[in-house]
Design a protein around this ligand. Structure first.
Ligand code: APR
Ligand code: PHB
Length: 389
């Protein structure tokens, strides 16, 4: 088998890169370890930066997002059960789109299928070969047979646990990591959202977040110990704890219901440098992980895709190689800005196990300053809606 770009991983990064390459006549093959249903069954965050909205429209997969997504011009923060609003539109004339990542992935799958893409599922033992040569290849097993794809370039879109990052020599790769001493317990419920915009709540008992998917599908999170299990949390216990942490007016008006999904996710910040080696280019979670505070995960993957797609288009269709040569340094500049913002937002909003009353007071003072300072709100808004590509 032969293609121009072999893409390892059929999540949002791999699917979007393949779809964009298709629009400019560049061939690709996607190798995905899981089944299509498994990939589509993942529940992930739901806030899209406008740069992501533009990229999805450019890729020709914006129709359902345009019809079903919610444009949000601001968000609420709260401390001591009292909320205030950050108005993105008034501050910087920008907004975000609330539209689930699951839906983004489904739209990308539909587009790739309609275009007759080569998307191989349930593959095993994917192995990049000859990364430091001009003739790289990828071998893999499927249905008991070992196959090889000859290609020009390999896009490592295989997430944090993939094979691509591990294919960069240990003496070349540098990794930066912060593991947070708490996780997020998330619930999906077929109930109307408590607020028309998101509420990020700081509370001495722990962080909470009120989000949504549509007018009758709400997504809520509470900070929980990393050792917690979902079996420890009945629906009633979850709703009671959420009410304790969110603004009083929301706690008094929230409509609760049975959870249709409940899960606990750990939080970490992680960056791998460089994001390229030889003919391998790392994209999305394969290169970096952010805590979900501020929903930067998918959006950061999309900006990586933008940089690599542009570089490959320049190479194949315009004979220019500058973008490929500088992909890692270009992508990492935006990656580190998002890593910093997600770390800052997480640190300000969560209660650490060893936190003192002084630490809580400092968090509340920072939120109080945010409530009254246009400069502070502008800084948050610029990072939340997404810095320029
Ligand atoms: N071979 C083939 N596929 C693999 C391999 C492998 N060795 N290892 C992992 N994969 C697949 C996974 O099954 C997954 O479908 O690669 C895909 C990686 O997808 P994601 O983990 O979703 O990463 P990415 O596409 O970069 O999307 C980033 O997804 O995880 C969220 O928070 C993250 O929102 C962010 C977004
Ligand atoms: C979500 O809707 O799942 C969501 C929204 C915002 C975040 C994280 C998750 O920061």
């Amino acid at each position: 088998m032969r293609t121009q770009v072999c893409i390892i991983g059929g999540g949002p990064s791999g699917l979007l890169l393949s779809q964009l390459l298709h629009t400019v006549g560049i061939s690709s093959i996607i190798l995905e370890r899981q089944s299509r249903d498994h990939v589509l069954g993942r529940i992930r965050a739901g806030v899209l930066e406008w740069g992501t909205v533009d990229m999805l429209r450019k890729a020709g997969v914006g129709t359902r997002m345009n019809a079903e997504g919610f444009e949000h011009t601001g968000t609420f923060l709260s401390a001591k059960n009292r909320g205030f609003r950050i108005d993105f539109n008034a501050l910087i004339g920008k907004k975000v789109m609330v539209y689930g990542q699951t839906e983004v992935t489904a739209d990308l799958y539909a587009a790739r299928t309609d275009a007759g893409a080569t998307l191989l599922h349930n593959v095993e033992n994917v192995t990049p070969i000859g990364l430091d040569t001009d003739t790289p290849s990828v071998s893999f097993d499927q249905d008991g047979t070992t196959k090889t794809i000859q290609c020009d370039y390999i896009a490592g879109c295989d997430g944090f646990h993939g094979v691509s990052r591990k294919s960069i020599p240990a003496n070349v790769l540098r990794e930066f990591e912060r593991v947070y001493p708490f996780g997020w317990l998330g619930v999906l419920s077929e109930t109307p959202p408590v607020s028309h915009e998101l509420i990020y709540a700081n509370h001495e008992r722990g962080f909470a977040l009120c989000s949504m998917r549509n007018a009758n599908l709400s997504r809520y999170y509470i900070q929980a110990p990393v050792t917690d299990k979902i079996e420890h949390w009945s629906d009633d216990a979850f709703w009671d704890e959420l009410r304790r942490r969110i603004p009083t007016d929301a706690a008094d008006s929230i409509i609760t219901g049975p959870s249709i999904e409940k899960s606990i996710a750990p939080l970490r910040s992680f960056v791998a440098e460089p994001m390229q080696w030889g003919r391998l280019y790392l994209v999305g979670d394969a290169a970096h992980i952010v805590p979900p505070t501020g929903a930067k995960g998918l959006n950061l993957a999309v900006s990586d895709v933008h940089y690599l797609f542009t570089a490959l288009d320049q190479h194949y269709n315009h004979g220019e190689n500058g973008g490929l040569a500088t992909y890692s340094q270009t992508a990492l500049k935006r990656v580190w800005n998002a890593i910093r913002f997600s770390w800052w937002f997480t640190t300000m909003m969560h209660s650490y196990p060893d936190q003192s009353p002084f630490d809580q007071a400092i968090q509340e003072a920072e939120l109080s300053h945010l409530e009254t300072s246009q400069a502070a709100q502008t800084n948050l808004a610029e990072n939340y809606v997404g810095l320029p590509y």
